[in-house]
Design a protein around this ligand. Structure first.
Ligand code: DX5
Ligand code: ZN
Length: 219
């Protein structure tokens, strides 16, 4: 079964409590939090006060995706805010091995995200230390973008790399996931799916999440 991690970036923040209630009663597994600093990506999203309030409203694991520079400054504050999984961008971390170790030492599950253009080679030596690799399937910064088709090959190559290494690292994709690509992505080896616009623009988000989870009624 696919892990479904709705991204609240495209949720209605004026009704965030209701949106989280919907997610709580849905078949969603995690809640994906897109943290953007306006420097690493050309957008600014939300910070710790929102994360702490979200933590009081859900029991589902918080899966934070850091699209920020100098993430090392904030690792403990993410832990203290209730984040369960913390994913940093390979391209934004000068000392990635140390950052990953620090995330684990704080008691969070470490992940590394790759932008679409970034090759897999940089993961070779740290893969066994990672709970998850996030393959960006859009250029980061915004919800509702078009899925990048060359992601399929990248997922298959990453799956082979993980199997060859004997690691139990999860593969997550993020960006443009919909009913038309979730099944081929799952078949290519993806374990976890970040889904934003497909869910929050749907006329019935609860049904959409269930269809994605069960892979029913796919277009
Ligand atoms: C983009 C974010 C994604 C995005 C996914 O930078 O990392 O999580 O919100 O949203 P959709 O599913 O709308 O592409
Ligand atoms: Zn994301």
């Amino acid at each position: 079964m696919p892990i479904i991690a709705p991204s609240i970036l495209t949720a209605n923040f004026l009704r965030l409590e209701e949106e989280l209630h919907m997610l709580n009663i849905s078949k969603a597994d995690w809640i994906h939090l897109d943290i953007m600093d306006g420097i690493y990506v050309p957008n600014i999203s939300f910070g710790f006060s929102i994360i702490r309030q979200i933590k009081t409203l859900t029991k589902k694991p918080l899966d934070a995706h850091l699209m920020i520079i100098d993430a090392d400054r904030y690792l403990k504050e993410f832990k203290d805010s209730g984040v369960d999984r913390l994913t940093v961008h390979l391209e934004a971390c000068t000392h990635l091995d140390r950052t990953i170790s620090e995330i684990s030492n704080l008691g969070m599950k470490p992940g590394v995200a790759l932008n679409p253009h970034t090759s897999l080679e940089g993961l070779q030596y740290i893969l066994p230390k990672l709970s998850m690799v996030l393959i960006m399937t859009v250029n980061p910064g915004f919800g509702g973008q078009k899925f990048i088709d060359y992601s399929y090959e990248k997922v298959r190559k990453l799956k082979d790399m993980i199997l060859d290494s004997g690691a139990s690292t999860l593969i997550q994709v993020d960006g443009g996931v919909s009913k038309s690509n979730i099944k081929p992505l799952f078949d290519a080896g993806v374990d976890a799916f970040v889904v934003g616009n497909t869910i929050f623009s749907s006329s019935d988000p609860l049904v959409m999440i269930e269809d994605l989870k069960e892979m029913n009624n796919l277009s």
